[in-house]
Design a protein around this ligand. Structure first.
Ligand code: PLP
Length: 381
């Protein structure tokens, strides 16, 4: 689907060179790096150029300074005590998810619509997956109901891609009860946590007391600190999870197949996790949420049902009946010159929905909102 939409976008651009396309399909950030991270990166590069401070191979799971920066961040932001020995620094969430899936031998539960890499990674590793459709009636929140009591790896993402929603603390407590009962483990993907400013929504699984024995967390600086090009993230596997077996297996896989995140990037990551770095990226996240609001308002006024946008950069929108064109991607492209991501990219059954990304920033959002308003006023749809 993603290949198809890229092709249609390129064809449209070639056929209409006079029209300015607005791409709201992108999941990439528009940057720049937080200044604190950029300065740390530069200083680390200079240190690498001096014989006295040069560093070669580092520890596969990350330097102590980087793990400490991650642990300090968890203490400061979530009140969670994380043992630095349970932290594995890496080059982002996607590779960490693949490694974690490879390390488990149980069924993997994915709530649809979902970040497509979950199912792709699991299937490419030959893992058994169970896809559970989320419901608009539950606000697209993944719920621990209707699952039998066998141990599984449950994939949760909050704030979420693609629905833009976030899981409430009370639902996290229900997931904890389910894990205790079933022996299941949660893989909590926190890639968008810095976009969530609401204290009653889950930004880290370890905000819920007791999760240290049942949950692994995947963190990433890609979206929150514009590291999509630089690459940095982490996996936290507390010793208590699966009696220490999961951590052991992950550790072994890491040392077999990975030589560690670049020293200079770990320096930049530590700076992005400092109070200064956090402040800088909070201002970026605030602008993206403002852009999401600018997109959501005209859509709602024009009769679209819109989810998300308040806790993550994405809006999940249901195609209204008044859009007659079967393909919502074609509708937005042909009528408005706007690229959206069809819902079917996040689960086959979601072709009645689409995702809009606000990661391109406020200017793009304003221009798109203007086109949407003008179109629906003009056509009286
Ligand atoms: N998790 C989710 C939910 C995502 O949307 C993405 C990227 O779009 C990732 C993980 C991957 O992040 P990274 O760039 O750290 O590999």
């Amino acid at each position: 689907m993603f290949v198809q939409t890229a092709k249609r976008k390129a064809e449209y651009a070639a056929a209409h060179p006079e029209k300015k396309l607005i791409d709201l399909g992108i999941g990439d950030v528009s940057g720049p790096l937080p200044p604190a991270a950029a300065r740390a990166l530069e200083a680390a590069c200079i240190a690498q150029s001096e014989p006295k401070s040069f560093r070669g191979y580092g520890p596969e799971s990350g330097y102590d300074f980087c793990k400490k920066a991650i642990a300090d961040y968890y203490k400061r932001s979530f009140g969670a005590e994380i043992n630095p020995g349970d932290i594995f620094a890496g080059d982002g969430a996607k590779s960490a998810i693949t490694r974690l899936f490879a390390a488990v031998d149980c069924e993997i539960v994915i709530f649809s619509p979902a970040y497509p890499a979950y199912a792709d990674c699991a299937l490419s590793l030959g893992k058994k997956i169970k896809i559970i459709a989320r419901s608009a009636a539950d606000g697209f929140i993944p719920l621990p109901y209707g699952l039998t009591n066998k141990p599984r790896l449950i994939v949760l993402c909050s704030p979420d891609n693609p629905t833009g929603t976030a899981i409430g603390r009370e639902i996290m407590a229900e997931w904890l009860a389910f894990c205790k009962k079933s022996g299941s483990v949660i893989m909590f993907d926190a890639a968008y946590e810095r976009f969530c400013f609401s204290p009653d929504k889950a930004r880290s699984v370890y905000e819920t007391d007791g999760m240290q024995d049942y949950a692994v967390e995947i963190g990433s600086l890609s979206k929150s600190a514009c590291f999509t090009g630089l690459r940095a993230g982490w996996t936290i596997i507390p010793n208590g999870v699966s009696g220490g077996m999961l951590k052991k297996t992950y550790e072994r896989m890491l040392s077999c197949g990975y030589n560690g995140l670049a020293y200079v990037v770990q320096k930049a990551a530590a700076a992005a996790l400092s109070e200064e770095g956090e402040r800088e990226s909070a201002s970026f996240a605030g602008k993206i949420l403002a852009a999401a609001e600018k997109l959501a308002c005209p859509l709602e006024k024009c009769g679209f049902t819109v989810f998300g946008g308040s806790y993550s950069p994405y809006l999940w929108v249901k195609k209204p009946d008044f859009i007659k064109k079967a393909d919502v991607f074609d509708f937005f492209l042909d009528e408005l010159g706007i690229v959206v991501t069809p819902g079917s990219g996040f689960g086959r059954e979601w072709d009645d929905s689409f995702r809009l990304s606000a990661l391109g920033g406020e200017e793009k959002a304003e221009e798109a909102a203007k086109r949407i308003k003008e179109y629906f006023v003009r056509t009286k749809l």
